[in-house]
Design a protein around this ligand. Sequence first.
Ligand SMILES: [Fe+2]
Length: 334
Amino acid sequence: MPSRPSALGYLVVSASNLDDWRAFGPGQLGLQRVDKSASTLAFRMDDRKQRLLVHADGGSTISAYGWEVESAAALDVLAAQVEAAGVKVERGSRALADERHVRDLVVLHDPGGNRIELFCEPAIASDPFAPGRNIAGFRTGALGLGHVVVQSADINPMIAFYRDVLGFGISDFYDKPFTACFFHLNPRHHSFALIENAKSQVHHLMMEYYAFDDMGHGWDIAQAEERVAVTMGRHAGDDMTSFYTWTPSGFMVESGWGGKCIDPETWVPGDRSAGPSIWGHDRHWMPPEKRKQARDMVLRNGHNGLRRPVQVIEGNFNLMPGICPWWDGTRPKD
Ligand SMILES: [Fe+2]
């Protein structure tokens, strides 16, 4: 099996206006703002010194994808694997490593021209995470910062690159209402995905809240501030309940809760016939005929009674005491 990164570690964002990000990062998402310079802003979401780095360079995309590797030795192995596949790899400078708050990194590009930074040993902050709004925190750690989804006009060479050169494992795929392929690196169902679309740039990134209600409070903020890009819904792949907002850089952030974990050792990739979502997720970014197709798919899922258990983690649930008397009364007695 090829060597691969362990998680999505950080993202570098291009922006034209840092003031918009200063409001959006903490106020909508709950990130902790770390001011760096007149043209650079960083955000924390856990014990790491930074997870998101925003440069006011006039752009509107993700300009670098930071994929974490377990150790310096593992970084060398992965870099050699990429070079052996004929892909140019450059060692990052000390100044770049310092800016990213990592010990070491290498830089390469995928077939779509997206800049990839493979890195090891991220810096841990000495002070605790202080969220920008009142949230219990994000589900990160070994699962990484979340997931990121990239668009490409032709996803086949991209799939081959991420699977064969970087060693990403395929989780699942579908082709309606758009073509998409999902990849895992750790128990998070997907840390990365590709969507076929003429607009070759980032589609969205996903951050997962620890508490269901923190995601819900974000939904209220998104509606109040009119930045909803995709309405509330539940994905059929990772069982994530989520909604999407537009960032100041023109791509989307998915705010999620309750993502499924898989066993990467035994996972078998499959065709996700239910489509992207069990229910909900009206995608404002899609043309009307595609929105209609997606609506028909979730209505069909409902007609078919598609339902999944809620994915909860320790400290996030209480079992109902006993059995609901009303529900109990509707059940046939043994
Ligand atoms: Fe997503």
